[in-house]
Design a protein around this ligand. Structure first.
Ligand code: ADP
Length: 455
């Protein structure tokens, strides 16, 4: 980067320098030309006086190597020329400077001379006897001027090059140094500091990115920890019913069970294997939700209808525990994944039955409104203590492990509910007191799929 800055500064310095040089040369050229014209006029004036005084003799003693001198009579005939053969020269009456001199006493012109093949400056002066004396000189060209200045120009260019290289590298280093000294771990430390004002937006950007990176990293670590815990818990949870099943089966196989105990043993094997298959199903559901590997379609669903189906499936379980089920509310259309919406309602109602007292009740209410659909599952069950209310949504968390096992719980039902809700942008609220029942209220926002509610 410092190399690039150096090149940029150096290029700018050299460009400015060359542009100034060309500009100065242009001005100098104009200045020299006007000086030359003025000088020529003076010389012509002096020579005219000389010729007026001495006539042709003046030319004999003349040493004018730089000047061309021509003497022309009133009719334009050339009487004398110090550089060309005057006898062969054509009539000069039509030459601008001669014409002007004859008319006004003095004339000037700049022209390409055919005779001398050069850009010439001409000055002509009328003498008292009516003849005209003309002096001309080769106009200095730009190149001649540059050539004349070649030595000092080369010296100045050389010095400018040296100076610009030195200044550019010094400046480049000065600009880059504070940037290189930034500690990327603490960009905030440079806010407001003198040398860092220009790069403060960059510092703020670095700082924001670092914060984002840290948050992402924390999230990744947290997720990894949850996954690891989950794997440990899964193997433990699977082993327990498997050990029980193989233990009972071994006793039966070895004929170590009394005749009257065979049926209860078979019942235990049946219960444990049901629990095992429920557990495997829940783990599969949760893993799918976790990895986002869902092959399910979003559809227009009626949440009331889904509630009806869930209660139908739970009827036998409710009857067995002597718990009454009640559904109220109205048709509530929303866009969602029907299997997941079903598992939300099913799990909440299943819990409301499982953690209830015999003779208790469960009320499911589905109510649509302008902004959202609310689904409430209220029970007359055992309730949940304040300190457990957040934790019950964690995987494998059970308030009373043995009770959960007894009623066929896996500790994963509410985790599945939480995940499925997240996918639908829904929220869950819990109101409960031990011994006084619980109410879970789920809300789904309708803003994203309002059109479907009017169907
Ligand atoms: P489980 O399979 O054990 O029911 P859940 O994740 O569905 O797992 O629930 C976690 C725990 O939350 C349960 O073990 C239970 O202790 C408590 N719980 C859930 N719903 C209720 C409820 N309606 N009444 C009382 N306790 C409940």
């Amino acid at each position: 980067m410092s190399n690039k800055i150096f090149k940029a500064i150096w290029l700018v310095a050299i460009t400015v320098f060359l542009a100034s040089l060309i500009f100065i040369m242009g001005i100098s050229y104009n200045y020299f030309t006007s000086l030359q014209k003025k000088q020529l006029k003076n010389e012509t004036d002096l020579a005219a006086r000389g010729v007026a005084l001495s006539g042709m003799v003046y030319f004999d003693q003349l040493q004018a190597a730089d000047y061309r001198i021509t003497w022309i009579d009133g009719e334009g005939n050339v009487l004398f020329d110090n550089e060309a053969d005057f006898q062969t020269m054509e009539n000069h009456l039509e030459r601008k400077e001669v014409k002007e001199a004859l008319e006004k006493g003095y004339g000037q012109a700049v022209r390409f001379s055919d005779t001398l093949s050069d850009q010439q400056l001409y000055a002509a002066q009328r003498l008292p006897d009516g003849t005209v004396l003309r002096l001309s000189i080769v106009q200095t060209t730009v190149w001649a001027l540059v050539l004349g200045f070649a030595q000092p120009i080369c010296l100045v260019i050389f010095m400018a090059l040296l100076l610009s290289v030195f200044l550019a590298s010094h400046l480049a280093r000065k600009i880059v140094k504070p940037i290189n000294e930034i500690d990327p771990d603490h960009p905030e430390a440079y806010y407001g500091k003198e040398n860092y004002k220009e790069v403060e937006p960059l510092l703020r950007h670095i700082s924001a990115q670092r914060r984002q990176l840290k948050a992402d990293q924390d999230q990744i670590e947290k997720t990894a920890l949850i996954r690891q815990e989950f794997t440990t818990n899964v193997s433990h949870e699977l082993k327990t019913p498997l050990h029980a099943i193989s233990g009972y089966a071994e006793l039966l196989a070895n004929g170590l069970v009394k005749e009257e105990d065979v049926r209860p043993f078979a019942r235990r094997i049946y219960d444990e294997s049901s629990r095992l298959s429920q557990l495997v199903e829940d783990i599969i559901d949760l893993t799918r939700l976790d990895s986002g590997d869902l092959e399910m379609e979003w559809e227009d669903c009626d949440l009331y209808r889904i509630g009806e189906n869930a209660l139908d499936s739970l009827e036998a379980a409710a009857e067995a525990r002597n718990v009454s089920l009640d559904l109220s509310g109205s048709r509530s259309m929303m866009k969602g994944i029907p299997q997941l919406l079903y598992s939300i309602v099913y799990n909440l109602c299943d819990n409301a039955i499982k953690y209830n007292y015999p003779g208790g009740w469960v009320k499911l209410v589905v109510t649509p409104s302008e902004k959202e659909i609310a689904l409430s599952v209220k029970d007359s069950g055992i309730g949940i203590a304040k300190e457990d209310q957040d934790r019950i949504f964690e995987r494998f968390y059970r308030v009373d492990k043995s009770h959960s096992k007894e009623v066929g719980g896996t500790g994963l039902g509410l985790s599945i509910v939480k995940h499925a809700l997240l996918l639908h942008g829904g929220r869950i609220r819990l109101q409960s007191q031990p011994g006084q029942g619980s109410e879970f209220v789920v809300t789904f926002p309708l803003s994203a799929y309002r059109n479907f509610t009017k169907a």
